[in-house]
Design a protein around this ligand. Structure first.
Ligand code: F6P
Length: 565
């Protein structure tokens, strides 16, 4: 039975938050000056993550009202429903159980959902992925010529790409010597062409990663990769020009990850080389399923398990810790505060960790495909703004690009800053003007300085006191009161990465529950896909199909056909 979402805007907490917002005059300078405990009181811990919420535009009362709101929309019940495997993905009538992917093998009692022993299924596939990863890493798995794998190419898009590529980049220091993973996602032929052009086919393994095994981009790229493999192996004299040799080449150089194992077999990949998962894993929540096989090969089964344990630590926190101390709950509620009460439209995620350079791109799918909805899970229109535009780049690069707008622009942009204490590369700069410097410390000084500048700004008097000419004082003033959350961890380990991902998964869930949307469907991506199939013949020259197009689309296609050389 579908429960009706509780309309957050009708709750007493919403009314109280509206009144509270009207009377609140955020003043982080004054708040910190008057309240020496503010930083410690508003800092929380989850797993290895130290999360300082104190530079947000909230008082204790704001947080209390937000927690009240979570209670009034029934968040606790929805969390329980998700972990129990209820079909909370209403529009697709599915359970939402990415949390089951990281339950330890020893978890009791077993999780039975829709008559299936989910734990047993998960552990069986994990064992398969581990065994395969070990074979590739040890050289026991070879290509047709007997050469061991040097390059893994993951072919997938959306959740079947963004998670693996983000995590692979984040965990580069853990990647085995002699192994590289590349990623092909775009149907722009430039992507696959550039990715394979310098590869040795005899040492290349392709992983076709697609939940549905029906995604146009992925299947097209997989066929292009297969054609490239055959052509290159033939040219190198590595295989005979026979059907049997081609079949054998695919068996040795292609594996697949999918929920649709029948379609994998149709493509020609041996089902013995296919790793399954289940429809209760959303694409954007799947990096911790067999979709992470490329990562498991790169960093090894041991580190992949540590990655999963990191997720589980945050899952347990989210499931059990009271809302006042619950980091994903508080961060999700803060986002609601900014979007619905303070008018923010976007949210910056700014990792001070070069290895996290794809983290914001990953979060874009996680958050925006989940919560970019205009109807609630019962089909009624939403009653308030939903979603936020997530974006970001690693610091300090962003400082020299878009931070100007965050510091002095007219928009409110809440930002999450992420940093780790221990660098992967403890380099020192012997030629630093102030004497030999630890470069990671210079890097972190920027991290600390930015959130400080955003929170406390610089007044006109302070600008004048620095000797600035009066006419440019206004341009040099920083208003401050620009909210940030600082997240720190001891180091960017597989476990910490898992914790960070799970944190944002659950933040997204909290926002979805407050807004009453189904955070686990993605119908909004369908129309464009259908139209692309419909338009394709016109692009290829079918005049009848062209004639049915609107004038703008027709004109654009005609331009293409006239200008293609
Ligand atoms: O088009 C959106 C989407 O369905 C995503 O939700 C998904 O992650 C991506 O496409 C890829 O889908 P698949 O893994 O089935 O190829």
């Amino acid at each position: 039975m579908t429960i009706t979402p509780i309309d957050a805007t009708t709750t007493a907490a919403w009314e109280a938050l509206t009144a509270h917002q009207t009377s609140l005059e955020p003043d982080l300078r004054a708040w910190f000056a008057a309240d020496h405990d503010r930083a410690s009181r508003l800092t929380r811990t989850v797993g290895d993550l130290h999360v300082d919420l104190s530079k947000n535009l909230v008082t204790d009362q704001t947080l209390a009202l937000l927690v009240q709101l979570a209670g009034e929309v029934g968040l606790a019940g929805r969390i329980d429903a998700m972990f129990a495997g209820e079909h909370i993905n209403v529009t697709e009538d599915r359970a939402v159980l990415h949390t089951a992917l990281r339950r330890p093998a020893s978890a009791t009692p077993p999780l039975i959902v829709d008559g299936q022993d989910v734990d047993a299924d998960v552990q069986a596939v994990l064992a398969q992925v581990d065994a395969f990863a070990d074979k590739v890493r040890s050289g026991a798995w070879t290509g047709v010529t007997g050469a061991r794998v040097a390059t893994v190419v993951n072919i997938g898009i959306g959740g079947s790409d963004l998670g693996p590529v983000m995590a692979y980049e984040a965990l580069k220091p853990y990647v085995a010597d002699g192994l590289t993973v590349r990623f092909v996602s775009n149907i722009d032929p430039a992507d696959v062409a550039e990715t394979v052009k310098d590869l040795d086919p005899t040492t290349t393994l392709f992983i076709v990663a697609s939940k549905t095994f029906g995604t146009l981009e992925t299947l097209t790229n997989a066929r292009l990769a297969r054609a490239w493999l055959w052509e290159q192996l033939l040219a190198a004299g590595a295989i005979e020009d026979t059907e049997a040799a081609r079949t054998e080449a695919v068996a040795r150089h292609f594996v697949a990850v999918s929920t649709a194992l029948d379609k994998v077999a149709e493509f020609g990949i041996d089902p013995a080389n296919a790793f399954g998962f289940w429809d209760w894993v959303g694409g954007r929540y799947s990096v911790d399923s067999a979709i992470g096989t490329s990562l498991a090969i790169a960093v090894g089964p041991h580190n992949f398990r540590a990655f999963l344990n990191g997720f589980h630590t945050v899952d347990e926190h989210f499931r059990t810790v009271p809302f006042e101390q619950n980091v994903p709950v508080l961060m999700g509620l803060l986002n609601v505060w900014y979007v619905n009460f303070l008018g923010a439209h976007t949210h910056a995620v700014l990792p001070y960790a070069q290895y996290l350079h794809r983290f914001a791109a990953y979060l874009q799918q996680l958050t925006m495909e989940s919560n970019g909805k205009s109807v609630r899970w019962d089909g009624t229109p939403v009653t308030t703004q939903t979603g936020e535009i997530f974006w970001g780049e690693p610091g300090t690069n962003g400082q020299h690009a878009f931070y100007q707008l965050i510091h002095q622009g007219t928009r409110l942009i809440p930002a999450d800053f992420i940093a780790v204490a221990t660098p992967a590369h403890p380099l020192r700069d012997a030629g630093s003007p102030g004497g030999e410097a630890d470069v990671h410390e210079l890097f972190l000084a920027n991290f600390f300085a930015q959130t400080k500048a955003l929170a406390f700004g610089m007044t006109a008097d302070e600008v004048r006191a620095a000797g600035v000419a009066e006419e440019i004082v206004p341009a040099r003033v920083f208003s401050g009161n620009r909210p940030t959350t600082s997240i720190m961890a001891p180091a960017l380990t597989p476990g910490v990465l898992g914790q960070l991902i799970a944190l944002y998964e659950h933040i997204t869930f909290v926002q979805g529950i407050v807004w009453g949307v189904d955070s686990f469907d993605q119908w909004g991506v369908q129309l464009g896909k259908l139209l692309a199939v419909e338009i394709a013949p016109a692009v290829a020259g079918d005049a009848d199909v062209l004639a049915t197009q609107d004038a703008s689309t027709r004109g654009l296609i005609e331009y293409y056909r006239a200008n293609r050389t």
